[in-house]
Design a protein around this ligand. Structure first.
Ligand code: FAD
Ligand code: NAG
Ligand code: NAG
Ligand code: NAG
Ligand code: NAG
Ligand code: NAG
Length: 489
């Protein structure tokens, strides 16, 4: 077959595929002393396997640094060859952004760098950029009975999580993971390594607390910590809402309650195919939880099926689904799914009705194993709302609700048109709203968004400043991925 490609390549006209440079890239990495995975090896397969098997991408090479210098050299090789590079920490991005979100990137697999060291006198934890949340929580507890606020899955990487938000069952009481970050060491696109904090490279520090993946590779975080409470109470309170009318009464009551719920209570409404739960964590004992929930139970008929008082690690294990907390390498957990997300303020009565009617009339026809989490994210008393809106690049502090729409298959492929049912669930809520009245969460990315929409929904009013900082630190977009921040024009 006649093809023009070789001629165009000779003339330097074709856009060379990054895979054409695979050998050159590997040679560069090896001669710089950067450890790599051999294509096809067991480690390659493990490191290239995304959490979401629906979005499988092939890297051009996988670097496996064990030192910051390795990260610098890996970035230098990629930049020099015009290859895009992305850090991968826990690999839990729903859109496989740790692999670059498309074929042909250099994956910088960070998970061999996972040291956690607590300074008992300052309470500052130094956490390497490839650590998983369960390992971090376990170490902070062992080293000094301390912790910080973050999400629930032990395998999630602190890298992706804390650089873009980090919402969890302590967030109403203690804020987002990124609110506990006091400093970071970052390899930039020109392979220099810098520190960032409120007093050093403060623009960069602002940018990495919300959009870190677009700015560089964090080799080390410094987090403030708190002394963990002796006793907390985790709970599950199922509701039975068999009709649209009762679900409307229930959701409306949850919304009213959410607006002013007490600081000590952390809660989500978990709507699944087969059950509806209120669930969360109370900073206090069972009696305190019962008193806090009583007014809501009266209207929703929620029954307190689980209310267990225990220590800090007990609740982490409970929410972690029972798997071993201390996760490192190797790690292999996967699902096959489409997901999307939303933030909104309190819903109008019309929107509440539309939400419930879509749920009962459309979502319930979905044959797959779907769920919608509605996190009570920004109540009046929420610690998430405490920092000024522009104190970090996380753009969504003021929203009452954070939604995750999740639709998975247990085996086989996710259907090509499967996304519509969840996408319409979300669209149903935003239709007719002004752009300023809703947003989306980059840690619950929708793989179907184009880059322009994604940037606007994820970073809202902070986008222009982020693009300016991006231009200063990564003008050639070395850390590109399909929904990342683009450099200012
Ligand atoms: C089972 C599960 C449960 C979850 N639960 C929650 C939850 O409770 N709350 C919540 O807020 N989110 C939750 N998430 C979402 C999670 O926070 C995000 O997917 C997060 O981005 C994952 O980070 P990661 O390091 O594991 O992912 P990766 O895919 O490795 O990385 C995600 C992004 O961060 C970048 N990145 C990673 N490490 C670094 C680094 N060191 N330096 C620079 N950039 C880096 C990557 O390049 C990529 O763009 C959950 C996800 C899963 C799969
Ligand atoms: C830190 O504090 C904890 C609990 O107070 C203690 O058990 C641990 O030994 C201390 N670690 C160091 C390194 O001082
Ligand atoms: C960054 O800060 C850490 C901790 O203070 C220090 O050890 C390190 O040398 C600093 N690195 C750079 C590049 O300034
Ligand atoms: C709660 O229970 C009462 C009494 O059975 C019932 O009338 C009401 O509809 C229920 N409310 C909800 C929201 O399910
Ligand atoms: C939302 O969904 C409901 C139920 O399917 C439908 O009646 C309504 O028209 C939808 N609203 C919008 C704005 O799409
Ligand atoms: C690397 O980039 C940073 C951020 O733009 C810049 O401050 C620094 O001078 C650059 N270093 C070199 C060696 O070019």
């Amino acid at each position: 077959m006649l093809t023009l490609a070789p001629f165009l390549a000779l003339l330097g006209l074709a856009t060379a595929s990054p895979f054409d440079k695979a050998t050159t890239l590997s040679d560069c990495l090896v001669s710089s002393g950067v450890p790599i995975n051999t294509p096809g090896s067991a480690d390659w397969k493990l490191d290239a396997a995304p959490f979401n098997l629906r979005l499988n991408f092939t890297p051009v090479a996988i670097a496996v640094p064990t030192t910051p210098k390795h990260v610098q050299d890996a970035v230098a090789c990629a930049a020099q060859l015009g290859i895009k590079a992305n850090a991968k920490c826990g690999g839990h991005s729903y859109a496989s952004f740790g692999l670059g979100g498309e074929d042909g990137h250099l994956t910088i697999e960070m998970d061999r760098m996972n040291k956690v060291a607590l300074d008992n006198t300052t309470g500052i934890a130094t956490v390497e950029g490839g650590s998983r949340l369960g390992h971090v929580a376990y170490e902070l507890y062992q080293q000094g009975k301390r912790g910080f606020s973050h999400g629930t899955c032990p395998g999630v990487g602190v890298g992706g999580h804390a650089l873009h938000g980090g919402y969890g069952v302590s967030s109403n009481t203690k804020g987002l993971a990124l609110d506990w970050m006091v400093g970071a060491t970052i390899v930039l696109a020109n392979s220099t390594i810098v520190n960032a904090s409120t007093t050093e490279n403060s623009d960069l520090f602002w940018a990495i607390r919300g959009a870190g993946s677009s700015m560089g590779v964090v080799t080390e975080f410094r987090f403030n910590t708190f002394e963990v409470p002796e006793k907390v109470t985790y709970f599950v309170a199922p509701v039975q809402w068999p009709t649209e009318a009762r679900a409307l009464v229930g959701v409306r009551a949850v919304q009213e309650f959410a607006k002013t719920m007490p600081r000590e209570l952390n809660m989500r409404l978990f709507i699944a195919k087969r059950f509806i739960n209120l669930e969360g964590l109370y900073y206090g004992d069972k009696a305190g939880l019962q008193a806090a929930l009583a007014p809501l139970q009266k209207i929703t008929n929620a029954t307190l099926a689980v209310a267990t008082t225990g220590g800090w690690l007990d609740q982490i294990k409970h929410f972690g689904g029972g798997i071993n907390l201390d996760q490192g390498h190797p790690y292999s957990q996967h699902e096959t799914f489409y997901s999307t997300s939303l933030y909104t303020k309190a819903l109008s009565e019309t929107k509440l009705q539309e939400f419930v009617s879509y749920w009962f009339q459309q979502a319930k026809t979905n044959p797959r194993d779907w769920y919608v989490h509605i996190d009570l994210h920004g109540s009046d008393n929420s610690a998430v709302r405490e920092p000024a809106e522009d104190s970090t690049s996380y753009a969504h502090r003021d929203y009452l609700f954070m939604y995750l729409f999740y639709d998975r298959v247990d085996k086989g492929l996710y259907p090509a048109d499967g996304h519509a049912i969840m996408q319409n669930f979300a669209r149903n809520l935003t239709q007719g709203l002004d752009k300023k009245e809703w947003g989306m969460y980059i840690n619950y990315p929708d793989s179907r968004l184009d880059q322009e929409s994604a940037q606007a929904y994820y970073w809202g009013k902070n986008l222009a400043r982020l693009q300016t900082i991006k231009k200063a630190v990564d003008p050639n977009n070395v850390f590109h991925y399909p929904q990342g921040v683009l450099p200012a024009a």
